[in-house]
Design a protein around this ligand. Structure first.
Ligand code: SAH
Length: 229
């Protein structure tokens, strides 16, 4: 067998994130980021997920299909302010020799009436990301509270989120279609998805969620939602 492997997706994950910018840097940071995965044939049979409903969380293995360019031996993790380098294998950066990703997500439901559709909570992937595998999370082996978290020990600092009146109104109207949109926006902005730390309170940033362009500013430690377009 040659030492080259080829895999094809079991499905593509539908998520609220049309592009990479603004996506939380790890799963569960935005619990209201829902993802749906419709399994492709020949995996779309109820047998392939039999027993999975008894697990609360699963590992998703996927392809970073939107990384452009070459990998580097070292990367600058955003968590270190973007100015310190660590080895690519000491990071979770998408630019890797083999662009495989791993996300631990909550299993919110399984439908097996018409094919197989899995629902997840807390996803951190671009809409359409090719998923290669699903594995159940086994807490007694994989939950290690004493483990060392290197440069990512502990959750990142969060912004508080305030709303302008027009943005609040648009969001209220959108609630019919997306009941958790308000919470999702707050969770995403709380992660401070600014590209580089440009501390200009006037500067308007945009994050796309579903079909909305969320316009926001950052004043000190507060993200202000200005508009939903
Ligand atoms: N939990 C995963 C992802 C960590 S990297 C892991 O540890 O492997 C997180 C970043 O990957 C996000 O900020 C997002 O912008 C980026 N990302 C998500 N889906 C992607 C995709 N399909 N292609 C390229 N980058 C992606």
């Amino acid at each position: 067998m040659p030492d080259v492997f080829s895999f094809s997706p079991i499905g593509h994950l539908a998520t609220p994130f049309p592009d990479k910018f603004g996506i939380p840097r790890q799963p569960s940071l935005a619990p209201h980021a829902m993802g749906n995965l419709r399994l492709l044939p020949p995996f779309d049979r109820p047998e392939t997920v039999r027993g999975l409903e008894a697990f609360s969380h699963v590992w998703l293995t996927f392809v970073f299909h939107q990384t452009a360019g070459e990998w580097n031996p070292t990367v600058r993790p955003p968590r270190l302010g973007g100015n310190k380098r660590v080895g690519v294998f000491a990071s979770r950066a998408p630019f890797r020799p083999n662009p495989l990703g791993l996300s631990l997500v909550e299993l919110a439901g399984i439908e097996t009436v018409n094919g197989v559709v899995l629902h997840f909570r807390g996803v951190d992937l671009v809409n359409g990301t090719p998923v290669l595998d699903i594995k159940p999370y086994i807490p007694f082996v994989e939950s290690l509270p004493q483990a060392q978290g290197g440069f990512v020990d502990g959750p990142p600092a969060q912004l508080s989120v305030a709303w302008s009146a027009p943005a609040q109104t648009t969001c209220d109207l959108a609630r019919l279609k997306y009941p958790a949109l308000h919470l999702l926006i707050e969770e995403v902005l709380a992660q401070d998805p600014r590209p580089a730390y440009a501390d200009d309170p006037q500067r308007l940033y945009g994050v796309r969620l579903y079909e909305f362009d969320v316009k926001w500013r950052c004043n000190g430690t507060t993200a202000i939602v200005e508009a939903l377009e």
